[in-house]
Design a protein around this ligand. Structure first.
Ligand SMILES: Nc1ncnc2c1ncn2[C@@H]1O[C@H](COP(=O)(O)OP(=O)(O)O)[C@@H](O)[C@H]1O
Ligand SMILES: O=P(O)(O)O[C@H]1O[C@H](CO)[C@@H](O[C@H]2O[C@H](CO)[C@@H](O)[C@H](O)[C@H]2O)[C@H](O)[C@H]1O
Length: 444
């Protein structure tokens, strides 16, 4: 028996914030696995994995926590008891059979993962714009229930578990547990982290600083230097284990550089053509930009490929208690899990953060803030901190010239990604990466 009225699902899905396929006609929806939870308790509900097939394009899978209701389908996550039930399953590491496998709760039991929770446990839905559903329990832990499921190993779950159990890196809200569906429709369904109270994200924090008149204060630049150091420490931690093939650093080969260079050149073809419809001048830059990507293929290979954050920007760091914490290890949403888990040069993360400083500068300028010396000092402070904490690291290129060439190529790669991201999501913001592409210097 299926837990939901399948005939009502297409209409239900189209009204959900997290449903990505609103623009495409649905051909069919089927339940591929489901489990009933709390069947005897106050909140009997189902966790159903549904597959949506479209008239055109690839099918997608979603997690539907649902309750039977006289009106058809009700989101079980609207009920506090159901949210507590999901959390308890994880905390007590329970295993519950599903129609074609089982769901498994996982709770990390190292001493530094210990968290004391009040009883009864207060529950608060996080009121932020997000594509999943996050809930805070007792102001101590945050549970993210994943809505759109991808095939393969979830990088946020994998990276969080690795950092928590195999490294001493603690500049991140620690992963405490997860809920996984094992079986044919296997996927990570939910993730629990330590909740960071009173945190401000790095994007808001930086905008506030950039909006102030005059020069940036030395305190802020020290904080940016500290952020650079934290990213360097993250890379050290990610490169610190050799006995786990998913994380062991690998030598960076000429063929890696050639592959990455070719991929940037390939992305450039279509992206610049799309961008030139809104900004005609961009086509004149094509040759100069291509040269930055070509140079990547020809540097002498040094350093390593390691697991990286993969989507590092100011919105992925939190400032709390005068500390920087790095979070959201799920990687770039436009790539599949296999691509996101690939080892890469850590320079890609560095480039991502530098791009974010440019976005912050462009944002305050568009708001009418007077020009000022903000961008260059922020970049320099961040890079100085990063270089300080990674001096002599085996994962970085051996000399400064190669460091510079690789950094420019990865900034270009991120810029192209941003043009595509903005064209699709925030067309008014396309000008930010486009202006940066126009400003990119002649390769030296
Ligand atoms: N551990 C945490 N402590 C405090 N706030 C957090 C924590 N994790 C996430 N948040 C807040 O929740 C928001 C959404 O979290 P995120 O994991 O990015 O969800 P999504 O993947 O759905 O975008 C973040 O922007 C941040 O403000
Ligand atoms: O936060 P996500 O993992 O969903 O990342 C995506 O969205 C980001 C925007 O929220 C986008 O970041 C771009 O805009 C930021 C400002 O809003 C800026 O700080 C980043 O540098 C810029 O890349 C990110 O690229 C995208 O993957």
């Amino acid at each position: 028996m299926t837990p939901v009225d399948l005939t009502k699902l297409p209409e239900y899905l189209k009204h959900q914030r997290w449903f990505a396929g609103k623009a495409w006609p649905i051909k069919s929806v089927s339940v591929v696995d489901h489990v009933t939870l709390d069947s005897e308790g106050p909140c009997a509900f189902s966790l159903a994995v549904v597959e949506v097939t479209y008239e055109l394009g690839q099918p997608e899978r979603y997690l539907l926590p649902v309750k039977p209701s006289s009106e058809g389908i009700q989101d079980a996550l609207e009920e506090v008891d159901c949210l507590r039930s999901v959390f308890t399953l994880i905390r007590e590491q329970r295993s519950v059979p599903s129609s074609s496998g089982h769901v498994q709760g996982e709770w990390i039991s190292t001493p530094d993962a210990h968290v004391a929770l009040p009883d009864p446990l207060p529950v608060r839905r996080l009121m932020v714009e997000q594509s999943n559903t996050s809930v805070v329990f007792g102001e101590k832990v945050i549970l993210k229930i994943i809505r759109k499921l991808e095939a393969g190993v979830n990088p946020e779950h994998e990276m969080g578990r690795f950092l928590a159990t195999r490294t001493s890196f603690r500049s991140t809200p620690m992963l405490l547990g997860a809920l996984t569906l094992e079986g044919n429709a296997g996927a990570t369904l939910a993730i629990v982290h330590r909740f960071v109270p009173n945190a401000v994200d790095g994007w808001k924090y930086t905008l506030d600083q950039f909006r102030r008149a005059g020069e940036l204060g030395s305190t802020f630049l020290d904080e940016m230097r500290e952020l650079g150091r934290r990213i360097g420490e993250l890379h050290h931690a990610l490169a610190s284990v050799n006995d786990d093939p998913a994380f062991a650093p690998e030598p960076l080969l000429q063929e890696d550089l050639q592959r990455w260079s070719a991929s940037i050149l390939g992305e450039m073809g279509k992206t610049l053509a799309d961008a030139s419809r809104v900004h005609v001048d961009i086509e004149n830059q094509r040759e100069r930009l291509m040269e930055h990507a070509r140079r990547l293929a020809h540097v002498a290979p040094s350093g390593q490929k390691i697991r990286i954050h993969g989507d590092l920007h100011l919105g992925q760091v939190l400032r709390s208690d005068s500390q920087w914490l790095i979070f959201d290890f799920e990687g770039e949403p436009a790539r599949n899990f296999t691509q996101r888990r690939e080892k890469y040069s850590p320079m890609r993360d560095v480039a991502g953060m530098l791009r974010s400083f440019d976005y912050a500068e462009a944002t305050v300028m568009l708001e009418g803030t007077a020009p000022g010396p903000r961008l260059v000092p922020t970049r320099e402070a961040f890079l100085a901190g990063y270089r300080e904490s990674t001096r002599g690291a085996a994962f970085l290129p051996a000399d400064d010239a190669t460091f510079g060439t690789m950094l420019r190529a990865f900034e270009l790669e991120k810029l192209l990604y941003e043009v595509r991201y903005e064209l699709q999501n925030r067309p008014d913001w396309v000008r930010i990466p486009v202006q940066a592409l126009l400003r990119m210097e002649e390769p030296t």
